[in-house]
Design a protein around this ligand. Structure first.
Ligand SMILES: *[C@@H]1O[C@H](CO)[C@@H](O)[C@H](O)[C@H]1NC(C)=O
Ligand SMILES: *[C@@H]1O[C@H](CO)[C@@H](O)[C@H](O)[C@H]1NC(C)=O
Ligand SMILES: *[C@@H]1O[C@H](CO)[C@@H](O)[C@H](O)[C@H]1NC(C)=O
Ligand SMILES: *[C@@H]1O[C@H](CO)[C@@H](O)[C@H](O)[C@H]1NC(C)=O
Ligand SMILES: *[C@@H]1O[C@H](CO)[C@@H](O)[C@H](O)[C@H]1NC(C)=O
Ligand SMILES: *[C@@H]1O[C@H](CO)[C@@H](O)[C@H](O)[C@H]1NC(C)=O
Ligand SMILES: *[C@@H]1O[C@H](CO)[C@@H](O)[C@H](O)[C@H]1NC(C)=O
Ligand SMILES: *[C@@H]1O[C@H](CO)[C@@H](O)[C@H](O)[C@H]1NC(C)=O
Ligand SMILES: *[C@@H]1O[C@H](CO)[C@@H](O)[C@H](O)[C@H]1NC(C)=O
Ligand SMILES: *[C@@H]1O[C@H](CO)[C@@H](O)[C@H](O)[C@H]1NC(C)=O
Ligand SMILES: *[C@@H]1O[C@H](CO)[C@@H](O)[C@H](O)[C@H]1NC(C)=O
Length: 782
């Protein structure tokens, strides 16, 4: 009889014996019972079950991997007592059977069954269910995609990403949106194997795939019926998809604001949509894994994930990291949002070095509206009210008891009919406050945003005319209210204004490093536009429209969720221009060409007005035209991360889980790589032990002119000394790889008291290959 399971690697003799014995006991074909007949009594929960890396299914015994997983599940479940008729839910005990992303399956089990399962030889570990969250267009011009090809119009050189497939995991997509019109699009490339579970009429050559994943979610969120892609839903997913690859839509605006032709970053790329999140609920981990499992087989080129957990999850437990590794192993570039829990430090998620982790920045467009006070002083804020409307005569300015307008009873008790109410942010979202103020009869609302947001205002469409003002401006209005009797004001809506000085700036909400799981790798990798992004939606939220009104199909949203699809679309352009580049090479191109300065050529500022640290901006703000021709790249193979994972002290089993379906490894038999030696486009030196010196090795691949000489330039503060060896790299051929090392030493022979920032550049004519250089220390030692 054949072994139902066989080892994937033949070096571990001892294990082979063990496996063979276990196999006979557990998995002889006679013992295989259908999953459907399991006893389904007791409390069932969803678990992700990871199978030990040495075990794999035997194609001679099991028809496919899912029948193997079903047999593993069956081996611990009582099969005799129940019939399927008595308990139809037993059918669904095996939720997902994974083929690519992990060696394992998701299943519903009782704690007793799990306990029994945990004694099996093949059992590695289980993870209880976990919920992830979504991290909630002028930008093509701002990023220089349009325009003269000779002056860097990237759309021209990349043919707008034609033929590249971007896979988007999100909450739904409004397939009928004009941004997803297939007119003029070529059919997807022959490698595309995905499918469209929408009505066939909804998919086309733009939206080539659409599938729903809710087999795990439906157990924890009761009432989540088979969603089969609700085409009317998907506020977030419609926005992210159209940002990445929406086609040209003339006349796009939000109530006349931002009027112009909307387009995504890669207007000719294809979109494959994977619904894994549900509005008001979240995204289930095992559904995310299943979607990535399929997307890789379907043939996507890019994966865009605007979702994450609240915490920095261990790389071996996190679906973005686990799926992401399998993605890069298959040459699929993966881009993920950094999180929206800034500006506090150590708030970042999606930290694995094989992901492109994207923070959010402001764009240079504002939707200006002024509050014109009774004394004629104008205080500027932002608003999405139609710029062609006016507020009319000045109105009395009032506030409620606590100044927050968060309690409808308080608002109702006060007569605010026809008045403008000023409200501090907090309590409930301002769009809800506007609805309450409307019911209470208010004519307008001023929202004062928190001080921590600095000058960054994120306008939303509100139910009544509303101007959102920065904290400092809000104080001016309040002062006016205190010092003048019968204070009045009116609003003047001025519409879009461009070239805001000090743009881009870091978004206040953009999550910050340091990287909690791997402090030797700087994260975020870079920042991209994520504030006030105009893109497609099924219909505008939070505003009651007149019955005969045309439903606006565009809205403005902000978040690292909006920044990630910008980078996914730009990656598609680079992929089109350089089809053979590895995911690491594309990422390197994006990072080494990112700009650390703003439109005033000053360091990119944080919301406090001070220069942003690398922990907020990584390598800087994406510069697509330069990214398509970076000169040199820091390349990596997928297996190149293995010594790094060993260096992070992951167990062999965990490393093997992460790198699946690569063969399992033994770290003892590999050279471990310290984090700073990973061939990463940014450089982090950890100086927490005497003699406070560190050496980082790097390899650069020439993707510029065949024959070229690069000279190093290092800028660091006097508190550290940096030595680069060699200081000149002379390439003779394309794709030639040369190495260099950087030795970073504390100048005073002690650990740096606070992080030190500098930069290392390789320069050759027009090429400037820049790496941010961050020096960190642990607790300062006396
Ligand atoms: C796997 O094989 C079983 C029979 O062993 C079959 O019922 C099932 O449909 C197959 N699943 C897939 C995904 O092919
Ligand atoms: C790129 O620019 C050239 C010259 O302006 C033009 O002929 C060509 O059609 C453009 N290509 C695309 C894809 O727009
Ligand atoms: C999808 O199909 C159903 C049933 O045929 C139909 O009622 C619905 O209008 C279709 N939706 C679209 C967008 O085609
Ligand atoms: C744009 O919208 C305006 C008003 O809604 C309409 O008059 C005009 O024809 C539209 N232009 C295009 C190109 O659709
Ligand atoms: C607003 O008014 C201007 C000038 O009167 C006009 O050109 C523009 O089309 C109007 N915009 C909208 C959205 O009605
Ligand atoms: C509220 O104030 C408006 C004008 O300030 C007035 O017309 C109205 O009668 C007042 N309503 C109540 C209930 O006092
Ligand atoms: C990077 O490495 C990969 C994997 O070895 C290789 O296929 C690719 O050609 C290399 N160079 C670039 C620029 O991607
Ligand atoms: C891994 O373990 C070694 C030995 O205990 C330790 O020196 C090293 O700092 C650890 N590395 C990390 C990244 O924690
Ligand atoms: C490591 O390599 C040695 C010699 O090549 C081999 O004997 C040993 O079994 C390997 N250990 C593991 C855990 O793979
Ligand atoms: C780094 O490079 C130096 C020489 O340039 C070499 O001696 C050292 O072994 C390298 N370290 C690693 C981890 O590759
Ligand atoms: C560059 O370093 C890699 C390992 O990091 C090594 O395999 C390779 O031989 C080195 N190349 C040169 C030219 O020294």
């Amino acid at each position: 009889m054949d072994n139902p399971i066989h080892r994937r690697c033949t070096t571990l003799r001892g294990l082979v014996v063990l496996v063979a014995a276990a196999a006979v006991l557990l998995l002889s074909p006679a013992a295989v019972t259908p999953v459907a007949s399991h006893n389904d009594h007791g409390v069932h929960n969803n678990y992700l079950v990871l199978v030990r890396s040495a075990y794999e299914y035997d194609k001679k015994v099991h028809q496919n991997v899912s029948s193997w997983h079903a047999s593993l599940l069956a081996s611990v479940c009582d099969s005799a007592k129940e019939t399927l008729a008595a308990d139809p839910s037993a059918m669904t005990r095996l939720i997902y059977s994974y083929r690519n992303v992990v060696n394992g399956f998701a299943a519903r089990m009782t704690p007793e069954e799990l306990e029994k399962m945990s004694k099996m030889d093949w059992f590695d570990r289980s993870l209880p269910e976990q919920t992830y969250h979504l991290l909630t267009t002028h930008t093509p011009e701002m990023l220089g995609l349009t325009g003269d090809p000779n002056r860097g119009g990237l759309w021209n050189t990349s043919n707008m990403g034609e033929g590249v497939i971007i896979g988007i995991l999100d909450d739904g997509i409004y397939g009928g949106h004009p941004s997803f019109d297939g007119a003029g699009m070529k059919p997807p490339p022959a490698k595309w194997k995905g499918r469209c579970d929408f009505n066939k009429t909804v998919c086309n050559n733009k939206l080539i795939g659409a599938r729903s994943y809710f087999e795990s979610a439906k157990w924890k969120w009761k009432g989540l019926q088979d969603p089969v892609l609700p085409i009317s839903e998907g506020q977030h997913g419609t926005h992210t998809s159209s940002t990445a690859a929406g086609t040209f839509v003339p006349n796009a605006s939000v109530f006349g604001n931002g009027l112009g032709t909307a387009a995504g970053m890669a207007p000719r790329a294809h979109i494959a949509f994977y619904q894994v999140c549900y509005e008001q609920k979240g995204c289930d981990r095992d559904d995310i894994l299943a979607a990535v499992d399929d997307a890789i087989e379907d043939g996507v080129d890019i994966l865009s994930l605007s979702l994450g957990h609240e915490d920095a999850i261990d790389f071996s437990d996190d679906p973005v990291s686990l799926g992401g590794y399998t993605a890069i192993l298959n040459g699929v570039f993966i881009c993920a949002a950094a999180g929206n829990t800034g500006p506090s430090p150590a708030t970042l998620v999606n930290e694995a070095p094989w992901l492109l982790t994207v923070g959010a920045s402001t764009s240079d467009r504002r939707f200006v509206a002024s509050v014109k006070l009774g004394d004629k002083v104008e205080v500027d804020g932002q608003s999405l009210n139609d710029p062609n409307t006016t507020m009319g005569d000045p109105r009395p300015l009032v506030h409620d008891a606590d100044g927050m307008c968060a309690n409808e009873n308080v608002l109702m008790a006060q007569n605010i009919t026809g008045k403008i109410i000023i409200c501090d942010a907090g309590g409930v979202v301002s769009t809800e406050k506007a609805k309450m103020a409307k019911r209470a009869g208010a004519a307008g609302m001023i929202v004062v945003i928190p001080e921590v947001f600095g000058p960054v205002v994120i306008p939303r469409a509100h139910a009544i005319p509303t101007v959102q003002v920065a904290y400092a401006e809000g104080q001016k209005i309040k002062e006016f209210m205190q010092t003048s009797r019968d204070a009045t004001a009116t609003f003047v809506f001025k519409g879009s204004m461009f070239k805001t000085p000090q743009s881009p700036m870091v978004a206040p909400f953009s999550s910050r490093g340091p990287n909690r799981r791997s402090r030797g790798i700087l994260k975020p990798d870079l920042i991209g536009p994520g504030v006030n992004i105009l893109a497609g939606v099924p219909s505008i939220e939070d505003v009651e429209l007149a019955p005969d009104a045309v439903v606006p199909r565009f809205d403005i949203k902000s978040g690292t969720s909006m920044a990630a699809p910008h980078l996914s679309g730009i990656a598609a352009l680079i992929k089109h221009a350089h089809p053979t580049w590895s995911p690491a090479a594309i990422k390197s191109a994006l990072m080494t060409t990112a700009e650390p300065t703003d439109n005033l050529r000053k360091p990119i500022a944080d919301v406090d007005g001070k220069p942003a640290t690398f922990l907020a901006i990584g390598a800087g703000h994406v510069n697509p035209q330069k990214a398509i021709d970076p000169g040199l790249v820091y390349n990596m193979t997928a297996v190149g991360y293995v010594p790094y994972l060993c260096g992070l002290n992951y167990t062999d089993q965990k490393v093997s889980t992460i790198i699946y379906p690569e063969p399992p490894v033994s770290c003892a038999n590999l050279s471990r790589l310290e984090q700073d030696d990973l061939n990463y486009p940014s450089i982090t030196a950890i100086l927490d032990q005497p003699p406070f010196t560190a050496t980082a090795n790097r390899s650069v691949t020439n993707v510029g002119a065949a024959s070229s000489t690069y000279v190093v330039e290092v800028e660091v503060p006097a508190s550290v000394k940096v030595e680069v060896n060699p200081t000149k790299l002379t390439f003779k051929a394309e794709d030639e790889v040369l190495n260099y090392s950087v030795t970073i030493t504390s100048a005073d022979g002690r650990a740096p008291a606070s992080p030190v920032e500098g930069q290392l550049k390789w320069v050759c004519g027009k090429y400037v290959v820049r790496s941010p250089l961050l020096v960190v220390a642990g607790a300062r030692q006396a």
